[in-house]
Design a protein around this ligand. Structure first.
Ligand SMILES: *Cc1c(COP(=O)(O)O)cnc(C)c1O
Length: 428
């Protein structure tokens, strides 16, 4: 007989926490089966794109210098374009992170005098400095690009009336963030995003619709680019990197938009032709290949966490039963101590750096102290099991990732163990 319970005990999980987790897990069989079906579809989609793009061993070779005719890079961009059903894609290790990819997509496609509109409320924290909502060097505002924002309605849906009013002759680009990020609003389904894009285009057909796709890739069988987005943008140390990409970002979309991005990333006149891949291609391809399964594991973890904490009386977004549009799980613990204990538990479950204890700190780009738990193979990778909590009301943690479901489960049980030990939670 497998002595799994004892193994958990060795890792620091008490019997009570383990049994509580088992009970929750056994109630989730059907949900998990649905997730596996989506992963199956997306796995086939990626393999199909790889076969059609004739991925070969040569794609994994090291390219240096200018990177002219870098076969791996060019083929990978074709694989992304085929998977996202777009005309083109830019997928590069020179795009340093998600914020960089988004800043690139915006600055490449906006010109002085243009206006940017977010019809879904406040964007992700780091974009406030990119746009210039918070004053910063090099922001779009410094280049004479104005910004408008329309809040979501009380119930988290789009305020079509005010969106219509906000679109004007200057509006050039509309940015739609799929995932909630560090907010407690709902994340949007791809279908909802499609409706919003159709509405925006019915008012101004030539406006560029960009979707911040961070944390959303492969959660559904369609992507925002399947429902009218002109650009989808994300980070390779989140979903599409599959945990293997050590760096990078992507932008997939209309040829013209991607061309603008390439000229902005490298240089006018050079565009996509330069940018050597420096040996990272195998990890980019293999990570993208694994991404649908990795995302499935992360989703199971998120749903497990929602059910574990919801049944203990903590507000969770999304709730335990609703459908998922990204891999993030928000759990409102209500106190700084709760946030810190939760994150310490996630850290203690990690394969790397499990012995360190995370503390809140003033992270660049964020407007409050943030505590981050991650024992990752790739620094800051949030497709790996991780939790972040801004130390400000409502004291919510944002939990995401897990390269395997089994690890995600351990992390959540460990977080619960910490909360029980601190006396913040009493199990039924
Ligand atoms: C993570 C994230 C970003 C920024 O990505 P970084 O890689 O952290 O710079 C932007 N938008 C959303 C919704 C994100 O989740």
């Amino acid at each position: 007989m497998l002595d799994t319970k004892n193994m958990y005990k060795e890792l620091g999980i008490s019997e009570k926490v383990y049994l509580y987790g088992q009970e929750i897990e056994s109630s989730l069989k059907e949900r998990f089966a649905e997730i596996d079906k989506v992963a199956e579809y997306n796995q086939l989609k990626v393999i199909h794109a790889m076969q059609e793009s004739r991925v070969s061993e040569g794609c994994f070779h090291y390219a240096s210098g200018y990177g002219y005719s870098d076969q791996g890079r060019d083929t990978l961009e074709e694989v992304y374009a085929k998977t996202f059903h777009t005309e083109s894609a830019l997928v590069r290790p020179q795009i340093t992170c998600g914020t960089h990819a988004l800043a690139l997509a915006l600055s490449a496609n906006l010109r002085p005098g243009d206006e940017l509109l977010s019809p879904v409320g406040k964007p992700y924290d780091t974009l406030e400095e990119v746009i210039g909502i918070r004053k910063s060097k090099g922001s779009l505002a410094e280049y004479g690009i104005t910004y408008r924002q329309v809040e979501l309605l009380e119930d988290g849906t789009f305020d079509y009336e005010n969106i219509k009013k906000a679109i004007n002759e200057k509006t050039k680009l509309v940015t739609i963030q799929r995932s909630k990020g560090y907010q407690t609003r709902p994340s949007f389904s791809v279908t909802q995003i499609g409706e919003l894009i159709a509405f925006v285009k019915s008012i101004k057909p030539d406006v560029i619709c960009m979707v911040d796709n961070c944390y959303g890739e492969f959660v559904e069988t369609i992507e925002p680019s399947d429902v009218g987005a002109d650009m989808v943008v994300g980070s390779l140390i989140k979903n599409p990197g599959g945990g293997l990409a050590p760096i990078g970002g992507y932008i997939a979309g209309k040829e013209e938009c991607i061309e603008n991005c390439a000229y902005r990333l490298t240089s006018p006149g050079l565009g996509k032709e330069v940018g050597a891949s420096l040996g990272v291609m195998q990890s980019f391809f293999q990570g993208f290949f694994l991404a649908p399964t990795v995302v499935a594991g992360a989703l199971k973890g998120a749903i497990f966490a929602a059910n574990v904490y919801e049944k203990l009386g903590f507000p969770v977004i999304p709730n335990g039963t609703e459908s998922r549009h990204d891999i993030i799980q928000a759990v409102t613990l209500g106190t700084p101590e709760g946030v810190i204990a939760f994150c310490k538990g996630i850290q203690a479950a990690a394969p790397v750096d499990s012995y360190v204890s995370p503390e809140p700190w003033a992270m660049p780009g964020y407007d409050s102290d943030v505590i981050m738990a991650a024992g990752a193979f790739v620094q800051g990778s949030s497709i790996e099991l991780s939790a972040d909590g801004p130390i400000k009301p409502p004291y919510a943690v944002y939990f995401q990732g897990g390269l395997t479901w089994e690890h995600a489960k351990l992390g959540i049980l460990m977080s619960l163990e910490q909360l029980v030990q601190k006396g913040i939670v009493t199990l039924p």
